[in-house]
Design a protein around this ligand. Sequence first.
Ligand code: PHE
Length: 451
Amino acid sequence: MDLSNHKYKREAWNSRLGFIMAASGSAVGLGNIWKFPYIVGQNGGGAFVLVYIFCTLAVGLPIMLSEFTIGRKTKLNPVGAFQALKPNSHWVKVGYMGVLAGFLILSFYGVVGGWTLAYVIKALTHTMTTFSSSNEAGEFFGTFISNTWEVLFYQALFMGICVGIVLRGVQGGIEKACKVLMPTLVVILVILMFRALTLPGAIDGVEFYLKPDFSKIGPQTILIALGQAFFSLSLGMGCMLTYGSYLSDQENLASATVYVVIFDTMIALLVGMVIFPAVFAMGLEPTEGPSLVFSVLPAVFFDMPFGNIVSIIFFTLLAIAAITSGISLLEVVVAYFIDQRKWSREKAVLITSAVIFAFGVPSSLSFGILSDVKLFGMTFFDHVDNIASNYLLPLGGMLTAIFIGWIWGTKNAEEEIKKNKTNPQWINIWRFLICYISPVAVFFVFCAKFI
Ligand code: PHE
């Protein structure tokens, strides 16, 4: 099939490194730094980490290669891509689901992204070292997230930064920003890890984190690990598909996939090596939950030599990671309007981001004036997060695997993967994983959810 007519004025990455940085920037985000440690903390430590790594390799990696492949083959957004490969079929709905998921995730991601910006400012004004206990810090956090105008301001600021970058396009905006921001993030993280590991008592945290206790693994653990793998690797919603669509045919898709997966997993593992030693050194509990980073860490900074500088560095890291993921979410929605609706980039960015912000307002207020407005015991924020992360992403991932394995076919996919004249050694393993393991694993998780 000739899809070349789509290619004439489409943007592209400038370099291989730029692409890998941008894709890693999408993957590494709040999922790694905010979610991963508290989920590990709540699910027993080391054993969960092993299950997570298994899900990443057996399900995440093959699906990421599939998304890159569909993207580069079609050079289109998720909707256009499925339409091009299986015209006038129901498969185009998988693309629409992806764009919808991007819209929904960014609407609440922008809220938490806003909190991270606020905490950078609060760290700069020395507020982050004034709490002697995690209770105090937690109270402060609770008051902050319930303050209507403050959270809305920071949510708007976060969206504004993403808009500023995505407006500049793929090469000049996304790629440039990620090439600077991602290495910065790694440097900051390594500094923090040395700081955390040299705290007295840190070794207990390392043990909790690395010593697996298999009695803590059950069906629920596997379910959570798989969901986290999807979210963390930005899979199941056409984000990696869209980034793949800006790739040239010379690119080695298989090795790029391996780099991005390793990078994302390394960052998550590194973050654990920062958080758990610090938490145990301070005699705090790892089971704190979603507020772990926002209310436990300030108490850690209080006692720490150079705590103020460390707090500034840490929240800057969190904000950077959130921004490079936020732009990838926005780009999926924007690419749809540019490709399918023929909007200009400016029009697409400005209109979609305004609508996403507006839709995110009730999520932002879910911790304040709307905290009592609940349906089935969950706030607006919880519902949007739940629908997107726990249903749309795994469903999208499963359908993408079925599409590649059984509909478009691994033969076509392999032709695309080998286009740059390489023959990845693990292609046979990939074929097996994408046809049998990935779809079945996600299906099993869905069944487990409903039983
Ligand atoms: N992977 C990002 C994170 O870990 C979140 C994300 C999900 C980004 C889906 C894009 C698409 O925070």
